[in-house]
Design a protein around this ligand. Structure first.
Ligand SMILES: NC(=O)c1ccc[n+]([C@@H]2O[C@H](COP(=O)([O-])OP(=O)(O)OC[C@H]3O[C@@H](n4cnc5c(N)ncnc54)[C@H](OP(=O)(O)O)[C@@H]3O)[C@@H](O)[C@H]2O)c1
Length: 306
């Protein structure tokens, strides 16, 4: 059985479906936003409570724990550094300890935001030098994971996809939502990344699990592009004119926390393990659209609330 934390979030919800598709029994953990999946048990737990991790793992005894839950709002983390630390570091450490005590394998999901964005593309061995509290706490979460459970798998990424969360859409969902309302969309020309569709990420992560990997791996898209260009590609895929995306800059934005500017991830290690390339933006966006056309977003939304 796999226990996935953060199943009310973008990654957790999509990973739960992917794991079920791969034949795993799954238990999903959420905190504030209730989730009801047709075939998986879900549990409400606040992982910042000191006993939450051990209670969960002792009662369920999963073989794998995939820890997706995190405080992910970059500006909120900057304004609430102690709370960000409690969620992204302390809760992670307690989950890793609890996983060790029951002999479960542990996966910690991390981010390209552990890098300063001044260089890149970044390899797994490059030093992490985060520029904001979110990145600092995620990097500290990596260190806590490795200290408590050196055989853990740590996967850094940058994802987009269907979350079905109105309050926190993924970048591609937000772009599309704005275009559908007839608004024009600002796209940062000075931020470069290697996004991967969350469903592709989930399938690859499950392959890494099957292979029993440990250590740090980057799982990201094969194409580095600016957020401006990415938003244009989303627009084009859904039949909107590319000039509905307006050039903008991070420097000119009102975002409070500093952001790293260029965080493409090198994926040589994972490509060697898999023996193939990772999907590019065209492939990802094609599947992104196909999923909605097939009713996947409706299926995801139907799991929310209640
Ligand atoms: N989205 C990205 O582009 C991106 C990029 C790189 C890395 N990541 C990493 O990928 C992981 C998943 O990100 P995401 O975008 O799916 O996040 P998300 O949509 O913001 O979801 C966060 C999840 O964490 C849960 N959570 C937060 N605090 C919790 C607590 N104290 N106890 C239990 N659960 C808690 C939330 O539950 P409730 O909502 O129910 O409270 C929610 O399910 C994170 O580790 C993030 O750092 C994401």
């Amino acid at each position: 059985m796999i226990l996935i934390t953060g199943v009310s979030g973008l990654l957790g919800a999509n990973l739960l479906f992917a794991a079920e598709g791969h034949g795993y029994e799954v238990t999903g953990v959420y905190r504030q936003h209730a989730m009801h999946f047709p075939a998986a048990e879900t549990v409400r737990a606040d992982l910042t409570r000191p006993d939450a991790a051990s209670d969960l793992l002792q009662s369920r005894k999963p073989e794998w724990v995939i820890h997706c839950a995190a405080a992910t709002d970059v500006d909120w983390c900057e304004d609430h550094p102690k709370d960000a630390l409690k969620t992204n570091v302390d809760a992670t450490r307690r989950l890793a300890v609890a996983a060790r005590s029951i002999g479960a394998r542990f996966v910690y999901i991390s981010t390209d935001a552990v890098f300063d964005g001044k260089g890149g593309p970044y390899g797994e061995g490059d030093p992490s030098r985060p520029v904001n509290v979110y990145g600092e706490t995620k990097a500290e979460g990596e260190r806590a994971t490795r200290a408590e459970l050196p055989q853990s798998l740590i996967v850094r990424t940058n994802i987009y996809g269907w979350s079905g969360q109105e309050s926190k859409p993924s970048l591609a969902e937000w772009v599309l939502g704005q275009l559908e309302m007839g608004s024009r969309v600002p796209g940062f020309q000075d931020v470069t990344f290697t996004p991967i569709l969350v469903n592709d990420f989930g399938d690859i992560l499950l392959e890494l699990l099957d292979r029993g990997l440990e250590g740090i791996y980057h799982v990201a898209g094969s194409e580095a592009l600016t957020k401006y260009r990415f938003a244009q590609r989303v627009a084009a895929r859904f039949g909107y004119p590319e000039d509905a995306v307006l050039p903008a800059t991070l420097g000119g934005s009102k975002l409070r926390a500093p952001r790293p500017r260029s965080t493409p991830l090198r994926t040589d290690l994972v490509r060697k393990v898999l023996g193939r390339d990772l999907p590019d933006v065209s492939m990802g966006l094609m599947r992104f659209k196909q999923l909605r056309d097939e009713g996947y977003l409706d299926k995801l939304k139907a799991c929310r609330g209640g």
